[in-house]
Ligand binder design. Sequence first.
Ligand code: ZN
Length: 150
Amino acid sequence: MDDCCQVSEQGNDPTFCPTCQQRGKNVPLITLKSLLTPSALSTIDPSSAYSFCSNPACEVVYFSGEQVFNKDAIKVPVYQKNEGSEVPVCYCFGWTRQKLVEAIQDEEKPAQHISEQVKVNRCGCEVNNPQGSCCLGNVTAFVQGIEQSL
Ligand SMILES: [Zn+2]
């Protein structure tokens, strides 16, 4: 195995939230730069790798080997950690839980609408969504949940 592969394997080492011990997911630095409050942002180490904790029961949103950032350090409510109806599921295009419920009741297809935006590269998940990656999986799961409850 050559050096470049070893480096990329190290970059993908599983990381575990220091508070809940659940496995985190790597997030790009630009996500923290976009979504941390000014006081939290002024403490980041840009040479660190940060991960996102998606455990709803855990207060931690981002962590590195040396730092944790809780919900109060993030400028927006975090979908995985806040059950409010005004919380976005799709941050880029403003689909809150409430808007998705209303769209489904009106027999619209919001997941299809969002996926069309994604296909033509209009989404900016890495700077809008605290998880730093595409929301479509969350939207699809949420919509299925609504449809099953109707
Ligand atoms: Zn956690």
